[in-house]
Design a protein around this ligand. Structure first.
Ligand code: RBV
Length: 425
């Protein structure tokens, strides 16, 4: 395999200037990551490290990629979803000599071709969102494994799978679970998914949320975020769940809870946020009202079974951007957004920069941690690791400062009190 610095494949290099503007805008909203860039610009602690990344090519991701480059790393990048690439951003990165293989609307074969291209860099670090890059290394490029120090994983679905892999002894290098940082899941997954999912639905439909029955499948962090935002717009939110504690939380948060077989009959808008397949299947489509809107915000496009829908309505029609009408034999119409792929990234711009600031600060610091361990001659076991607790507080602390907010400090007396197990009533 050959690798030449700056090789790329993007939709249209002429979009580079537009992309640069988008990236500059994101930079102005991502102060924590920009501080890290400034901090490591001179010392270049990632010099000599080669990072292959597979994560949505958005303006925020571009800020992360450029921060890696400023810190000395060599980078090659692909998008982690066929519909999430912003072509202008991809062009801007390519024009700045970053190896990038990504364009909007690629097919699944091209998707894996792009990942393969990034591996020509012979990375010693990997960065994933959904674990497709790590899987490709494990399944098809085991020759690269001896030189890989470790990887990082951005999202819930990816972390689940990697933990399963580690449990089976199938994981061949250590991975840091960026998703499981408090400054990631408690912000990105909740507020990021909440806002960007509604943003995607609105861009693709421009419907009124107030008064609608919005059915949200899954009340994890993402589902909760979407539910809360939909409620804020005046929707009647219905939650479907499989986990008793999550269903109970939804109920006590004021949402109605019922099985999908019941919700299917009354919902106006359906959003899946579960991380599992076949959440909406043929029997649900049969029950739905005319005109309903169906979309997904989970990482993979298997939550809504579109094959089932195509059997009932074989020739969908594009009605407007990211919105297809499936007309059933009985005349009912079902509108599917973004082909069942993550609606927040396919139909909108993904999570807002302000939350990605913390997620990507975690990414940067985790990659740096792996590189520093290598420099010290240490190596983690082939497991999935949480980020250190101090990292969360550090990132949250800097974020607060950049927002102009100050908080209290414990006095030594208060600290002693906290630790004093002889003190009682
Ligand atoms: N995500 N990235 C963006 N604007 O770059 N938006 C969402 C962005 C990530 C998010 O961290 C989530 O875990 C993952 O996409 C799902 O694939």
């Amino acid at each position: 395999m050959d690798y030449k610095k700056g090789i790329f494949k993007v939709a249209d290099l002429k979009l580079a200037n537009e992309g640069r503007k988008l990236i500059a805008w994101a930079e102005s909203r991502m102060p924590v990551l920009m501080r890290l860039r400034e901090q490591y610009r001179k010392s270049k602690p990632l010099r000599g490290f080669r990072i292959a990344g597979c994560l949505h090519v958005t303006k925020e991701t571009a800020v992360l990629v450029k921060t890696f480059v400023e810190a000395g790393a060599e980078v090659s990048w692909s998008g982690c979803n066929p519909l999430s690439t912003n072509d202008a951003v991809a062009a801007a990165l390519a024009a700045d000599s970053i190896s990038i293989f990504a364009w909007h609307g690629m097919n699944v074969k091209e998707f894996y071709w792009c990942i393969e291209e990034t591996l020509k860099l012979k990375p010693n670090l990997t960065l994933d969102d959904g674990a497709d890059l790590i899987f490709t290394v494990h399944n098809r490029h085991q020759e690269l494994i001896p030189n890989i120090i470790g990887g990082t994983e951005e999202t819930t679905t990816g972390v689940h799978r990697l933990r399963a892999m580690a449990q089976d002894g199938a994981l061949k290098y250590p991975v840091i679970a960026v998703n499981d940082a408090e400054t990631k899941w408690d912000f990105d997954n909740v507020y990021g998914t909440g806002q960007s999912t509604l943003d995607g639905i609105l861009r693709a439909t421009s419907v009124l949320f107030a008064g609608k029955n919005v059915v949200i499948a899954g009340y994890g962090h993402c589902g909760k975020g979407v539910a809360t935002r939909a409620k804020g717009l005046g929707a009647n939110v219905i939650v479907t769940e499989v986990k008793p504690t999550a269903a109970l939380k939804a109920t006590l948060d004021g949402m109605r809870v019922m099985p999908m077989d019941e919700a299917a009959k009354i919902g106006d808008i359906f959003v899946t946020a579960t991380g599992v397949k076949d959440v909406i299947v043929d029997r649900h489509f049969k029950l739905m009202k005319d005109g309903v809107i169906v979309c997904n915000t989970g990482h993979y496009d298997c939550e809504i079974n579109l094959e089932h829908l195509r059997k009932q309505a074989p020739s969908p029609k594009v009605i407007r951007q990211d919105n297809e009408e499936y007309k059933l034999k009985d005349g009912r119409r079902i509108y599917v957004l973004a082909q069942g792929r993550l609606v927040n990234l396919a139909a909108a711009e993904g999570h807002p920069s302000e939350v990605m600031d913390m997620s990507f600060a975690n990414q940067f610091m985790s990659q740096l941690r792996l590189a520093e361990l290598k420099r010290k001659g240490e190596r983690l076991d082939n497991k999935v690791y949480d980020i250190p607790v101090e990292q969360d507080q550090e990132i949250a602390g800097v974020k607060l400062v950049t927002m102009g907010l100050r908080i209290d400090k414990l006095t030594p007396e208060q600290r002693n009190y906290q630790e004093d197990y002889s003190a009682g009533t």
